[in-house]
Design a protein around this ligand. Structure first.
Ligand code: 9UX
Length: 72
């Protein structure tokens, strides 16, 4: 089954940040689609329902140098 995780992201200041964050999210195994909204400072990620995915996605964003928390 597919799940959707929404992340609140801090530290994105230009359109290149958006591309970078989308790319790191799409690279996480199990992710099928990732879309970042710069103005809203959010990411919407579709992915397989694997254990721990929300935290893995947030960690991937942090590793790229941005702040991330799981939005509810
Ligand atoms: Mo733009 Mo984002 O010059 O980390 S890529 S600020």
């Amino acid at each position: 089954a597919e799940d959707v995780t929404r992340l609140a992201i801090g530290g994105m200041t230009c359109a290149s940040c958006v591309s970078r964050v989308e790319r790191v999210l799409q690279k996480v195994p199990g992710v099928t689609a990732a879309s970042v909204n710069l103005a809203g400072e959010t990411a919407t990620v579709r992915h397989l329902a694997l254990t721990g995915m929300p935290e893995k996605l947030a960690e991937a964003v942090r590793s790229a140098g941005y702040e991330a928390r799981i939005a509810t």
